[in-house]
Design a protein around this ligand. Sequence first.
Ligand SMILES: Nc1ncnc2c1ncn2[C@@H]1O[C@H](COP(=O)(O)OP(=O)(O)OP(=O)(O)O)[C@@H](O)[C@H]1O
Length: 271
Amino acid sequence: MQSAAAQSAPAPQSAPAVVSARNLFLTFQTADGPVNALSDVTLDISKGDFVSFIGPSGCGKTTLLRCIAALETPTGGKLTVNGMDPDAARKARAYGYVFQAAGLYPWRTIGGNIRLPLEIMGFSKSEQEERVARVLDLVELTGFEKKFPWQLSGGMQQRASIARALAFDADILLMDEPFGALDEIVRDRLNEELLGLWDRTGKTIAFVTHSIPEAVYLSTHIVVMSPRPGRITDVIESPLPRQRPLDIRDSPEFIEVAHRVREGLRAGYEE
Ligand SMILES: Nc1ncnc2c1ncn2[C@@H]1O[C@H](COP(=O)(O)OP(=O)(O)OP(=O)(O)O)[C@@H](O)[C@H]1O
């Protein structure tokens, strides 16, 4: 299996799998009957991968991310995160989670928001200060620690939310459409910054998006999903180099990968 691959038997891996899903199923029982949110999902995410999940509404992208984060429990199959069951991984602080809305507390400063999980986890005051300064620098928000969320633009708020997710040094970053609500220019900039951050920190990132260009620009692997039942229909390993200026989006390699993603999405719709 490639470092992120679907539906086939596992083969030797170059890096250890930080997320390993085998034949995952998740059926929600609803008043209208059962909903098969995930069906036979098999996937490995290796250390240092940047994996995007793309597919139409309802194909199970968020459900899969929530299973990894131990916020949902699969009804079948096996899922491990850092070799542990997801609940143990959550307790071991294996990941940080970034949502579509920045979700910052308006009555706390940016520094106070980033510090909150560290306070809950019992880090010393000096350790909190050191970590807040470090992650603010990582997301290029040094100097904004004492501002309140409403004093920052939407893009800056989302960077602060990423800083909060990075503050306790989790190896894995789970990001559910973090830039979906932002305009295209801000989104481009944040995409560029996120790639830089991924490159500098070596984090493993699982990223949900509806945008083909965003998925292709950011990812080492693109997981194409399809609804009813929610399943993986293709895993594309990107041929693009690790260093990606924004204008790589005009290159033939980029356009070819985008084409394959589009075809995969279309096939999912037509089934
Ligand atoms: N808690 C729940 N109870 C019942 N059904 C649910 C629940 N959560 C998700 N679903 C259903 O499971 C399916 C997958 O939902 P999910 O949110 O994972 O899709 P998605 O691909 O992330 O969609 P979107 O792109 O709209 O966010 C959908 O049909 C959804 O209605």
